[in-house]
Design a protein around this ligand. Sequence first.
Ligand code: IPM
Ligand code: MG
Length: 355
Amino acid sequence: MEQKIALLAGDGIGPEIIREAVKVMDAVGAKFGHRFTYEKGLVGAAAIDATGDPYPEATHRICQEAGIVLFGAIGDPKYDNDPSAKVRPEQGLLRMRKSLGLFANIRPLVMFDALADRSPLKREIVQGADFVCIRELTGGMYFGRPQGRSEDGNTAYDTCVYTREEVERILHLAFKQAQTRRKKLTVVDKANVIATSRLWRQIAQELAPAYPDVTLEHMFVDNAAMQLIQWPTRFDVIVTENLFGDILTDEASVISGSLGMLPSASVGAEVALFEPIHGSYPQAAGKNIANPMATILSAAMLLEHIGLRQEGAAVRSAIDEAVRSGIVTEDIAEKGVQTYTTSQVGDYVAAFIRG
Ligand code: IPM
Ligand code: MG
């Protein structure tokens, strides 16, 4: 098949990890007879530097036309400690999610057995962990208005808003996801305190009868944060609102041994976007040391999304093999053994796929 893909490398290590994912996509193309063509777009700090806008209209058009986006990372420390900065790279990411209608962020966590000893948690706890966190991505406190400061600057406010429509569509997606897995859905909220959480809980209960094969449970977010690291194997599908999902998925990444292993897909109406869950890791930018596996696994999710299951599986096997053989970057390498660079890992995975 032929598929156009929008490539948004972004900031920090973004360009390096995207380069490796493209290498792997091209290997898949060569092996299975597909043609992937790429259209590059600017986003984040890189886009601010070039155009003054972290998500330029031209980039939006590229994403819409391709329908499939492979995304690196966003963020530059030069903006982090400047509360007066008018434009921030992250605004580009939020605008992109909103304007492309990417309301569901799917973050699967699969434990690589060979990495169970890299996790800061005990092997007995993490072994066999296999769950997916579905994070609502275009609502809640990230987008609620009003947001800002009082005139004297001494009071700040955010607003958390969810409509029935927003909650229903993400919950339907989560129930369906659970049906394809172990049929257990955990809705994470703070319904003992927060009004939007109570709406989530109510709607989850209303929808449950339509999915009789799925066991629904509710869990407060503080409890979920604890259970995730105490008993991660108890989870199958977790669904939660934007901010809770942001926090819980960074926490969950620890289970797998490295933030550098976790891919994600953001889906919605038409466009789908694939990105590693880690950020731009500016300290590593340009050093060829960042772990490209989260981005390569995001490419595997991309392939599966466009119906290329066998191709996605080939990428996953290649990653498995690299992990098993220790062809890995320093973040997941055993102490004292040789480590590999970003591009060496990409080369290995691509070569393995070509066979
Ligand atoms: C993520 C990131 C973003 C978020 C930041 C960079 C705005 O942490 O994708 O999880 O908070 O959504
Ligand atoms: Mg985050």
